[in-house]
Design a protein around this ligand. Structure first.
Ligand code: NAD
Length: 337
């Protein structure tokens, strides 16, 4: 049994807690939040204990792993503290906002020999997993092009409105669009070059368009959270292969489609994943969160280092997003070695 402490009882803390509660191999022991009432509310739902100071979870010898669901600008401090306390760690994405912070986190976990996984959840999302299988197996031939998009109303739920403070969240480029940047790296490796252009707001980008160059495939990704509150959150991709196409769009009635000559199929994926009990925030289902957390619990329980997403992978995704920012600021294509 892997005993868990959740740090941060906001939107993601609640989502992750639901997943631990559904996993027979995990036990949610404690929940910490500076807003004690948030910790108490969540702890009551899941029969855990609540505290205001997360240090209490780090000092609790019963706890094997902590799940850091804190605003991004404080990920570094808590990952380093948790590593030094010998706790295994799941930390929400993005890993951090600077490479220096990311490197310190990776090093602290390495030095203390703890499991450290960053929650790059799209690597665990059923439709994105299927796209990777189709690409890797070559069943539809070579991938010719891929367009990804992630569009959201402005996130307003954050503690003290941290999501809208670019120094704390990095804005849509770092907080939202990094999901697709990370997936592109997972699917195709490092691009040869990139060019980004976006909608600049104070201190960052609320909407970004990036073209990623690969030797034999063209890739674009759009991410923006500058939509009005009635706009439904949507993530999507269209992948064009030599012998077919694969499409996913959460705005469609049949979200996932595989098109081959003379045939359109609409497989339902992830049917085995339990349904969410709380659907507040911009995501209505547990989707990849459940599989991601199941994998983290398995890694901690079997003392294996995560390989689906390594700390270095999360750091590389941040590095690429920083290049996208540089490209958009300079208005120039950036070559990547
Ligand atoms: N994977 C995804 O799809 C996804 C979606 C949303 C957010 N996130 C990520 O999850 C993380 C958290 O975002 P959120 O939306 O849950 O934010 P949130 O504001 O809803 O929750 C953060 C919580 O942390 C608490 N907190 C702040 N400082 C603390 C401290 N020192 N100790 C204990 N608690 C503290 C706040 O009171 C708040 O309840 C961010 O890194 C964000 O990028 C990921």
């Amino acid at each position: 049994m892997v005993k868990i402490g959740v740090i941060g009882a906001g939107f993601m803390g609640a989502m992750h807690s639901q997943c631990y509660a559904l996993l027979p191999e995990a036990k949610l022991v404690g929940i910490a939040d500076v807003r004690k009432e948030k910790a108490e509310e969540l702890a009551k739902k899941f029969n855990a204990s609540a505290c205001q100071d997360a240090e209490e979870l780090l000092k609790n010898p019963e706890i094997d792993a902590v799940d850091i669901c804190l605003p991004t600008h404080i990920h570094r401090d808590w990952v380093v503290k948790a590593s030094n306390a010998g706790k295994n760690i799941l930390c929400e994405k993005p890993i951090a906002l600077s490479l220096q912070d990311a490197d310190e986190m990776v090093e602290a976990a390495r030095k203390n020999n703890v499991v450290f996984m960053v929650a790059q959840v799209i690597r665990f999302w059923p439709e994105y997993i299927r796209l990777k299988e189709i690409k890797d197996s070559g069943e539809l031939g070579k991938l010719l092009s891929l367009a990804l998009s992630r569009l959201s109303p402005l996130p307003t739920w954050g503690w003290e409105n941290w999501l809208q403070n670019p120094e704390k969240s990095g804005n849509a480029l770092f907080d939202l669009h990094i999901h697709d940047t990370d997936y592109i790296l997972y699917l195709l490796g490092k691009p040869k070059a990139l060019f980004s252009s976006g909608t600049r707001v104070k201190g960052g980008y609320a909407h970004i368009f990036t073209l990623f160059e690969y030797p034999d495939c063209s890739v674009s990704a759009e991410g923006g959270w500058d939509f009005v509150d009635t706009f439904p959150f949507r993530m999507s991709f269209v992948a064009c292969f030599e012998k077919g196409a694969v499409e996913y769009d959460t705005g469609h009635n049949k979200p996932f489609a595989v098109y081959t000559a003379g045939k359109a199929e609409y497989p339902k994926l992830g049917e085995e994943i339990p349904r969410a009990t709380d659907t507040s925030g911009n995501i209505s289902e547990l989707g990849g969160y459940y599989s991601e957390i199941e994998y983290f619990v398995e890694c901690v329980g079997t003392k294996k280092k995560p390989s689906i997403v390594t700390p270095e992978n999360a750091r590389d995704s941040l590095a690429l997003v920083l290049k996208e920012k540089e490209s958009a600021e300079k208005g120039e294509k950036i070559s990547l070695k």
